[in-house]
Design a protein around this ligand. Sequence first.
Ligand code: MN
Length: 512
Amino acid sequence: MLRAIVFFTDSPAQTRVTVFDTTLRDGEQTPGVSFTFEQKLEIARQLSSLGVYTIEAGFPASSQGERETVKAIAALGLDSFVCGLARSTTGDVDTCLDCGVDMVHVFIPTSEVQRVHTIKKSPEEVLRITGDVVAYVRDHCDLCMFSAMDATRTDPDYLIQVLQSAAGAGATILNIPDTVGVFSPSAMRRLISRIISEVNCPVDVHCHNDFGLAVANTVTAVEAGASQVQVTVNGLGERAGNADISQTVMILESIYGIRTGIRTDLLYETSRLISRYSGIAVPPIQPVIGDNAFSHESGIHSHGVIACAATFEPGIMTPEMVGHRRKLTLGKHVGRHAVRQMLSDAHLSPSDDQLDRIVEKVKFISTKGKKVTDADLYEIAGSEMGMVNGLRAIKLEDIAIMTGNHVIPTATVKALVEGREIVSSSTGNGPVDAALKAILGALPAHVQLKEFNIEAISGGSDAIGHVNIAIEDDQGRVISASGSGDDIVLASVEAMINAINLLQRLSRPGKV
Ligand code: MN
């Protein structure tokens, strides 16, 4: 691992910042996202294991359900502090305090546009309310965060007065939100530096991503002296979202050399948990935790990475550090080194001529626009190397699926598993889910589904469906395979059977 932190940035003064996560509050305000009560509790536990300093659990005054959730999270006894959001009224603050939170986060709009059009208060009234509400919180609670909503579009002289009033009344931390994401890093540096020199209180920032600058503005605020960052998992949040936790944390840890208290090796699994519960997929090219973040396809890059990973990766950030994995992928840019490495992982050593022909075929299939799966590679290698198929781990004999609007989708499979006939049934969210679970249930070893996607090759309702899946065994080996057909359930089953058989063959050296 490279340790040349000084090459990449001027060193900020701090050696440590804390992380305030608002996935459960601002993140849930993402259009279309709604977490269930149980999901919120699980997310809160995960954020606490991750090492988040403070979890914003919700906005108790917004609904009865929200109150119950915040109360339940506060009662979990997590390592993280639990915070609730409140408008600047004693009613909202009381509702928040009733939930048993460690911290109350009060906010009031300070920009002219929001002051005039939302709360309809004069600058003097906002100043007075700020002092009163912060003092009220501090009478009842040790921790009070004060937010000057829309701070970045507020007259800076007036903003300083408001913040001084909050600090004077006992606020324990001041939040500077870039509520509509309009700030630039240089403006952020100027504003945060001024606040730190004129107001005696720790500062935190909450940046929105309307122009794609949320993370840049957040880390620049830290350079200027901010001591806490507000983030969400996968950058969820209103409109274009907030600063992403994985990117923000890894920039601070790896480039700046600042400790965040985050267990970075849990970032990947945390991202996948939130992706599943929010229904918002992580794009493959997402930094740090996207599928491609440590994937290599081109010949030159794969060759370099096989020799030394830091050649074509940051080096100061490795897949292990974030709980991710490095992947060499097959495609039209693939080179001999990557193919040789992938085959050697499966105990196959083709001759140079055989390798050339295998690489040619992989490139040929890729240029047709088809994704080349691991199963395809081993199939090609098997035929080029003149090997016969080994014993199949699983051979499907029969499958029956029941689905409809009044039944729970159920699948029953009859299969020969390592030569023995096994019957396995499972229910699922839909027929595909039930079928795949029934197959996995028939296996002696633990195998789990890692990825599933389906695409229609032609347009109509009789379109051919193409299913790509990836499965993982208990040794962390990941195998991709595909299946196609006009019945998407059967295509999915075919893909799963292909993947399982491949996994089996890989664990038997010498057999393809
Ligand atoms: Mn926000």
